[in-house]
Design a protein around this ligand. Structure first.
Ligand code: ZN
Length: 384
């Protein structure tokens, strides 16, 4: 109870001689460095389990975090997100500091946007919502199936069903498109999200990104998980990647073409490389023993190119590659992203997908029908 109250106080910026601050996480800062800057006991960090230490390496540059300090400048509390769902909670309990992973409290609102295209789908979405990430996600989703510049003309109609997260009254994270349609050239082009990927109404994948297994591994020693919330303790332990056990020195290959955006030691991940693979996809390779010769920040690599070797640097219980995949900074299951070709849903997945698709299709059609587009060219409604 005490803990919940404190979080409330921090979040609502109510303070009793205490000062709450919202800050942006500096690039390259590790949690350990944060401990040093705030004179927190380093043993608190060192005593964390290796799983927890690895998780703390997920803090990303630029993320907003909150600290609460007393009059002497001593830290009373900190809330540092490691993803859109989970944050590190550091707090003073009597004289001791404690650290936990707790869920980020947010509300999620489902909306339906309808537009009669005036300038371009991209610009019209931004004009209607001020949501650049939504516009980007929409364009990405259709990129491989429709050439907007060529085929979309003025007064074509589109509708999007999506969810937006709100924290402290402000949107955060990336929007989730559930389904959308664009009517062009008398054809309704639907897409539906299913298990993190987009499909057309027949269940054929439309905007697949293909990743290659980055290492020749002996076994998967730990799978991806968003973590389950402990019902009483309200703590959570996700694992934002797949651990591939492999012998030390086994070559690690880029899972897709891309640009290297990080080479170096990254907290509990040890020697780490991050690659921006385009279209909002980022891959991360951790616990490496060494980087390949000539690998540096800003360079382009090809799918399959050797970028380093398997090791056990950082916090690691044995030699393995921790492989992470992120879509718009949100961790996704790498095993669901590794495909040999664009996939087509089958069996149970197909049945489940068909049900979802039918419901959304009706909602999209209804929304377009209800929008008159006479005076106004776009409408947003909240779906309940
Ligand atoms: Zn791992």
């Amino acid at each position: 109870m005490k803990k919940i109250l404190l979080i409330f106080l921090l979040l609502s910026s109510v303070s009793f001689g205490a000062i709450g601050e919202k800050l942006a996480w500096d690039k390259g800062t590790t949690l350990l460095a944060f401990f040093e800057q705030n004179s927190l006991p380093l043993k608190l960090y060192y005593n964390l389990s290796s799983q927890d230490k690895e998780l703390t390496a997920e803090i990303y540059a630029g993320v907003s975090y909150y600290v609460l300090k007393d009059d002497n400048g001593d830290l009373l509390q900190a809330l540092i997100p490691i993803s859109e769902d989970v944050q590190i909670h550091i707090y003073k309990d009597d004289e001791d500091y404690k650290l936990d992973f707790i869920p980020i409290v947010y509300t999620s609102v489902q909306k339906i946007l309808t537009i009669s295209v005036q300038k371009s789908p991209y610009q019209d979405i931004i004009d209607a919502t001020s949501d650049v990430s939504l516009a980007n996600e929409f364009i990405n989703a259709y990129k491989k199936s429709i050439n907007f510049k060529k085929f979309v003309i003025k007064d074509d109609k589109l509708a999007i069903i999506y969810t937006r997260k709100y924290r402290l009254g402000k949107p955060f994270g990336s929007p989730d498109i559930k389904a959308s349609v664009i009517e062009t050239n008398k054809k309704s082009n639907y897409i539906f999200a299913y298990k993190g990927r987009y499909y057309d109404k027949k269940g054929k994948e439309v905007a697949g990104f293909l990743l290659e297994v980055p290492v020749n591994y002996t076994r998967i020693s730990s799978k991806f998980s968003y973590g389950r919330l402990h019902p009483i303790l309200k703590i959570i332990r996700p694992h934002y990647g797949v651990d591939y056990a492999a012998r030390i020195g086994t070559p690690i290959r880029a899972a897709a073409d891309g640009k290297i955006i990080y080479v170096g030691v990254k907290g509990g991940y040890g020697k780490t490389i991050e690659i921006n693979n385009g279209n909002g996809i980022k891959t991360l390779y951790a616990h490496m023993s060494s980087f390949a010769k000539g690998i540096h920040n800003g360079m382009y690599v090809k799918k399959g190119q050797i970028i380093g070797k398997v090791g056990t640097t950082g916090v690691s219980t044995g030699p393995h590659l921790h492989f992470g995949v992120y879509k718009n900074n949100r961790p996704i299951n790498p095993l669901g992203s590794i495909r040999t070709a664009k996939s087509e849903l089958k069996g149970k997945d197909k049945q489940e997908f068909n049900k979802i698709a039918q419901t959304y299709m009706k909602e999209l059609d209804d929304a377009l029908e209800k929008s008159s587009f006479e005076d106004q060219k776009s409408f947003i409604s909240i779906k309940d």
